[in-house]
Design a protein around this ligand. Structure first.
Ligand code: ADP
Length: 322
C-alpha cells in the first residue's frame, strides 16, 4: 500500500547540507502526494512527539544555510527499548508510516533498532566525518574540507613568514578523512590519522628536517582529532627540531557555514531518492553514493561494510610533500 505520511529528522552531529536534504524530502513528497512531518531534535523529538507538518514554503530559503532547521540532538534515551516504544506510539498518533533519518553512523544504528521494532526507515548519510563505509560520500564533508583547507592555507602563510612549524588538528571523530584529504590539498609535510600507526621520528621529524635542509621555510602537519594527542605532538616537534611550533585546533568552525555546491547537490539527490525508494515500496534502505551514482542498499548490510584502506593516499601525500 502506498505510503501517505512520513516523518523526517536530523540526528547526531549537524552537517552543512542537511537542510537541502530536508527540503528535497518535503518537496518530493508533495509531488507524490505524501504528507511530511518535520521532527525536531532528532530521536529526542521523536520520543517527545515534537512533530510539525511541513509544506513547500516551510522549507523555503534553507538550501543555502548550514546546520539543520529541524535542530539535532544526541539521545541516550533512544537506545532504550522503553523510549523507542514511546516514539513508536507518537508515530502512530500522527499516522507516520515511515521515517527518513538524516545523520551519521550512530543515527543509522538508531534507525536499525527502530526498524527492528516495526517502523519503516530510510537513512541518508550526513556527517562531516565522511565515515559511513557504505557511501563514497556523506553530506557535509566537502564543506568541512573546504572550511578546514582555508584555515590551513592561512596558517601556512604565517608559518612561512616566521619559518615555523604549524600543527593543525582537524575534525573527523574516529576517522581520518578530513585529515588525509586536507593534508593532500594543503600540502602537509605529514598527516597523522587514527587508522594508521605512525613513527614520530620517521614520519614527522624526518620530513620536517629534510625539508628544512632543502630550504623549506614552513612545515605543516595535519592531525586528525581521533589521534587524541595533538598538543603533545606539537610540543615534541618543537623540543626535537628546535623549530618554533604553533598548534591550532580548528574545532567546531568546521561544522558550520553555507554548504558548498557538492553538498547541496548530493543532499538534493539523496532526499529525492529517499522518497522515490519509499514510493517504490522498498523499506529499510540506506541511500548511498556508489560508483558516483545515488543508490539504495539494505541498512543492516550498509552498517556491516568496511572502510577502504588509506595506504595509497598516505603514500601519495608523502611523495608530494617533498
Ligand atoms: P551520528 O549520527 O552523527 O554518528 P551519534 O553517534 O551521536 O551521531 O548518534 C546519534 C544518535 O543516534 C544517538 O544520540 C542515539 O540516539 C542514536 N544511536 C546511536 N547509536 C545507537 C544504537 N546503537 N542504538 C540506538 N540508537 C542509537
Amino acid at each position: 500500500m502506498k505510503i501517505k505520511t512520513i516523518g523526517v529528522l536530523t540526528s547526531g552531529g549537524d552537517a552543512p547540507g542537511m537542510n537541502a536534504a530536508i527540503r528535497a524530502v518535503v518537496r518530493t513528497g508533495i509531488e507524490d502526494g505524501i504528507t511530511t512531518y518535520g521532527i525536531s531534535r532528532g530521536y529526542e523529538g521523536l520520543i517527545n512527539g515534537e512533530f510539525e507538518k511541513l509544506n513547500a514554503r516551510s522549507v523555503s530559503g534553507i538550501l543555502q544555510r548550514g546546520g539543520t532547521v529541524l535542530k539535532t540532538a544526541r539521545s541516550d534515551r533512544f537506545k532504550e527499548k522503553e523510549y523507542r516504544d514511546r516514539a513508536m506510539k507518537m508515530c502512530s498518533v500522527f499516522g507516520i508510516e515511515a521515517l527518513v533519518v538524516i545523520g551519521g553512523d550512530g543515527s543509522f544504528r538508531g534507525a536499525l533498532d527502530f526498524l527492528r521494532e516495526g517502523m519503516k526507515c530510510i537513512v541518508i548519510p550526513a556527517t562531516i566525518d565522511n565515515d559511513i563505509s557504505c557511501s563514497e560520500y556523506c553530506i557535509g564533508y566537502d564543506t568541512a574540507l573546504n572550511t578546514a583547507l582555508s584555515a590551513i592555507d592561512k596558517l601556512r602563510d604565517t608559518a612561512y613568514s616566521h619559518e615555523r612549524v604549524t600543527v593543525i588538528e582537524v575534525m573527523g571523530r574516529h576517522a581520518g578523512y578530513i585529515a588525509i584529504n586536507d593534508g593532500i590539498a594543503g600540502g602537509a609535510d605529514a598527516i597523522v590519522i587514527p587508522e594508521m600507526e605512525y613513527n614520530f621520528q620517521h614520519d614527522i621529524i624526518k620530513p620536517i628536517m629534510e625539508g628544512r635542509n632543502r630550504g623549506k621555510r614552513d612545515h605543516c602537519i595535519v592531525i586528525a582529532e581521533g589521534v587524541g594527542d595533538t598538543v603533545n605532538i606539537a610540543k615534541e616537534i618543537e623540543n626535537t627540531t628546535g623549530i618554533r611550533t604553533v598548534c591550532t585546533i580548528l574545532g567546531y568552525i568546521q561544522r558550520g557555514g553555507s554548504p558548498m555546491a557538492r553538498d547541496r547537490v548530493v543532499a538534493s539527490k539523496m532526499g529525492f531518492k529517499a522518497v522515490e525508494v519509499l514510493n517504490e515500496g522498498r523499506f529499510n534502505r540506506a541511500i548511498c553514493q556508489r560508483d558516483n551514482k545515488i543508490v539504495d542498499i539494505d541498512i543492516e548490510e550498509a552498517l556491516k561494510m568496511e572502510k577502504a584502506s588509506f595506504d595509497y593516499d598516505m603514500n601519495l601525500a608523502r611523495v608530494l610533500a617533498m
